[in-house]
Design a binder for this molecule. Structure first.
Ligand SMILES: NC(=O)c1ccc[n+]([C@@H]2O[C@H](COP(=O)([O-])OP(=O)(O)OC[C@H]3O[C@@H](n4cnc5c(N)ncnc54)[C@H](O)[C@@H]3O)[C@@H](O)[C@H]2O)c1
Ligand SMILES: CC(C)[C@H](N)C(=O)O
Length: 305
């Protein structure tokens, strides 16, 4: 995700929709509204329904308040039955977005903002079209003086991989479209999430000054060279998810096998890993201790007689 400030980003979308409402045919292609559509919207860009929409998307605001920010580049897209559709790119933030005005017969378009990691821009456009049209119908059915619109924020994630075995790194890169870097360069890569999943001792006195990530969460045991490195990460503002909380899945699964539980029971317990990690992060936030210390305190509390 390249947007540093979500509020600013939502404001940017608000501005785009308000702008599109005000500038018929200027910022985007204007088409006469076509009501009572029953067929799927057609887009010029080989539209497909987005894959994997369930649970991953977030609707993060409404389009109602104009922002003072100016949009970057807006490219009009023709879509049958839609008044205006534009693909937008903000150079400053790298943000890509879609703004859709479906129908303003009854009033100005009002809709939401959805943030989602779409497989491509076409999928984002198609999702925006469906959502905007739904808003038109919702407003009309409710007897409101509003039209339908929607704005989409396209989340982009880049995967970078490293492995001491180059064949393994290449295989993962080919399968997931990732970029390969040398293992010794991996800790210094600028990224949101650094996931050490090979050997431990990734955070050391030597690597610490070079780390350019926001979060460290990985499967390897003993990611920190020493317990003291937890506080150093905290001082650098890097969130560390303690390894022995994060990577407990295999151990949980093994105990489940020993206890003779079925796989559904085991999976349910493994899924609790996220809950435990959230508890640890919350304890760290509340008390000010490092996340590693918070996790150790929780574990030791169970060991006390
Ligand atoms: N497998 C599990 O269920 C499990 C559970 C908890 C913790 N862990 C820990 O996770 C780590 C990996 O375990 P695994 O089972 O996935 O092992 P694995 O051998 O299947 O995979 C490790 C991978 O890391 C690569 N590697 C080794 N050193 C590296 C380095 N310095 N830089 C980049 N890549 C490197 C190896 O080439 C290999 O591809 C270990 O620390 C292990 O103790 C594993
Ligand atoms: C040893 C086993 C349980 C697993 N690899 C772990 O470290 O959790």
């Amino acid at each position: 995700m390249v947007v540093s400030n979500l509020t600013q980003a939502v404001g940017f979308f608000n501005y785009l929709l308000v702008l599109a409402n005000r500038l018929p045919g200027d910022a985007a292609t204007h088409r006469p509204p076509q009501r009572h559509r029953t067929r799927r919207p057609r887009v010029d860009t080989d539209g497909r329904m987005p894959a994997g929409m369930s649970g991953l998307d977030r609707d993060i605001g409404h389009l109602s308040v104009p922002s003072v920010r100016m949009p970057g580049m807006m490219t009009p897209i023709h879509a049958d039955g839609f008044e205006q559709v534009a693909l937008c790119r903000d150079e400053e933030t790298g943000l890509r977005s879609v703004v859709v005005i479906h129908d303003t017969t009854l009033g100005p378009a009002l809709g939401g903002v959805r943030m989602h990691a779409y497989p491509d821009e076409d999928a984002a456009v198609v999702d925006g079209l469906w959502l905007a049209e739904a808003m038109t119908l919702k407003a009309a059915a409710a007897g409101l003086g509003l039209g339908g619109g929607w704005s989409i924020m396209i989340e982009a994630a880049e995967l970078i991989v490293a492995d001491t075995d180059p064949r393994r790194a290449d295989a993962v890169a080919a399968r997931h479209g990732a970029r390969v870097v040398a293992p010794e360069a991996a800790p210094a890569v600028a990224c949101d999430v650094l996931a050490p999943c090979g050997l431990g001792s990734v955070v050391t006195d030597q690597t610490l000054p070079w780390l350019e990530c926001r979060i460290i969460v990985g499967g390897a045991n003993n990611v920190l060279a020493t317990p003291a490195h937890a506080a150093m990460l905290q001082a650098r503002g890097i969130l560390y998810a303690p390894d022995f909380c994060v990577n407990a899945g295999d151990l949980i699964f093994l105990e489940e096998q020993l206890l003779g539980h079925d796989s559904a029971h085991a999976e349910a317990r493994v899924r609790q890993v996220g809950v435990r990690v959230a508890e640890v992060l919350d304890r760290s936030r509340r008390t000010g201790v490092s996340t590693a210390d918070a996790a150790t305190e929780l574990a030791r509390a169970r060991l006390r007689p």
